[in-house]
Design a protein around this ligand. Structure first.
Ligand code: NAD
Ligand code: TDX
Length: 331
């Protein structure tokens, strides 16, 4: 099998490529990535010589067609992925997330290639802290941010292309990922690298917002389960029952790194900040027999702290520019 992985130089995509090369020697991998500020070819160094890398834009129909025609499967990770950026400048999100998905769908339609679409739980909006409910595949779409509205749009394109044109597609909506190779703009790596730099972690608003954390390796094993055993046209929610408040996560990071648990600051809130995400992954578990391996969040967090401590050369080049962007936002 030959798979085209879009966004394979980003956080989740590069981990997907590592896992695939490690565990599936029968799979050939080609990566398509535009190497935006969020992509880094060095994230593919562990698989150097074992995958083909193409630098290019998913919104460019020519490069997309030339690569899709030679593969059996597309796994589409490429996206503008950061909510704070989408509040500052939404256009790249419309272009990459909506137009890029459209171009891929047209190419897989032309060449009858199996397609898996990577999406987020943020398409469902948010939940109250005391709501016993979790998101299910039946939850109505209700996105809050420019980022999540473009991801919701792309999901709807996939559903329409599957129904109207018979494109062989599946969709997964996953909760917040953590693990190695995540850009330092994101919450967990930002706080770990701040502590390394002697800067106090920054919590938006009250810090009570809840995210449902899953280790990136578990997200990616679920993607392979869906690709291999999922029903065409279906949506699967991926989550590992990892709900934690942002405040608890920061306190745990501080404790793991030998600092007092209260050595953080509250800063101005993100506009439209979703309160809580929570995934019900029953369908994935019961239908496809998937189980997460990193069930203990604290252990996974300790490993992630250790990875950023050991890999400063990887994240250091991103750090100043990222913090300069946050300084402009007052966060
Ligand atoms: P990321 O920002 O770390 O990586 C995105 C990658 O896509 C980068 O390598 C970037 O260079 C590439 N890219 C961006 N625009 C491109 C374009 N126009 N053409 C080609 N490549 C382009 O993102 P991530 O956190 O790894 O997220 C990957 C996917 O998973 C996204 O679709 C995101 O919506 C989804 N997702 C992320 C999370 C999470 O917690 N990070 C959770 C659920 C779903
Ligand atoms: O410095 C910070 N302080 C803070 O309190 C940052 C960067 C974030 N936060 C909060 C905002 C969120 O409640 O932490 C939480 C997590 O923030 P992000 O890492 O920006 O993630 P989130 O907005 O939840 O979205 C993530 O999960 C879903 C990914 O970035 C998306 O790509 C994915 O779809």
């Amino acid at each position: 099998m030959h798979v085209l992985v879009t966004g394979g130089a980003g956080f989740i995509g590069s981990n997907f490529v590592h896992q695939t090369v490690r565990e599936r020697p029968d799979v050939r991998v080609t990566v398509l990535d535009a190497l935006t500020y969020a992509g880094d070819e060095r994230s593919l160094e562990p698989v150097e010589g074992k995958v083909v890398f193409a630098k290019g834009d998913v919104a460019d129909p020519d490069i997309v067609d030339s690569l899709v025609k030679d593969v059996d499967l597309v796994v589409h990770f490429a996206a503008e992925s950061h909510n704070d950026n989408s509040l500052h400048d939404p256009w790249p999100f419309l272009r990459t997330n909506i137009i890029g998905t459209y171009q891929l769908l047209e190419a897989v339609r032309r060449h009858d290639v199996r397609y898996h679409h990577i999406s987020t739980d943020e398409v469902y909006g948010d939940l109250e802290l005391d709501d016993p409910a979790k998101f299910t595949p039946e939850t109505p779409y209700n996105p809050s941010s420019p980022y999540s509205s473009t991801k919701a749009s792309s999901d709807l394109l996939v559903r329409a292309w599957a129904r109207s044109f018979g494109v062989r597609a599946t969709i997964s909506n996953c909760s917040n990922n953590y693990g190695p190779y995540q850009h330092v703009e994101k919450f967990i790596p930002r706080q770990i690298t701040n502590v390394i730099d002697g800067v106090r972690p920054k919590l938006y608003g009250s810090g009570e917002n809840v995210r449902d954390w899953i280790h990136v390796e578990d997200h990616n094993s679920a993607v392979w389960a869906i690709v291999e055993r999922g029903r065409l046209g279906e949506t699967y929610l991926i989550g590992a029952d990892g709900e934690e408040s942002n405040k608890t996560v920061v306190e745990d990071i501080l404790e793991i790194m030998g600092r007092p648990r209260d050595a953080y600051d509250l800063v101005s809130d993100r506009p439209g900040h979703d309160m809580r995400y929570a995934i019900d992954s029953t369908k994935l578990r019961e239908e496809l027999g998937w189980v997460p391996r990193y069930e203990n969040f604290r252990t996974g967090l300790e490993a992630t702290v250790a990875w950023y401590q050991a890999n400063e050369a990887w994240w250091r080049p991103q750090k100043d520019a990222t913090e300069a962007k946050y300084a402009q936002l007052g966060r």
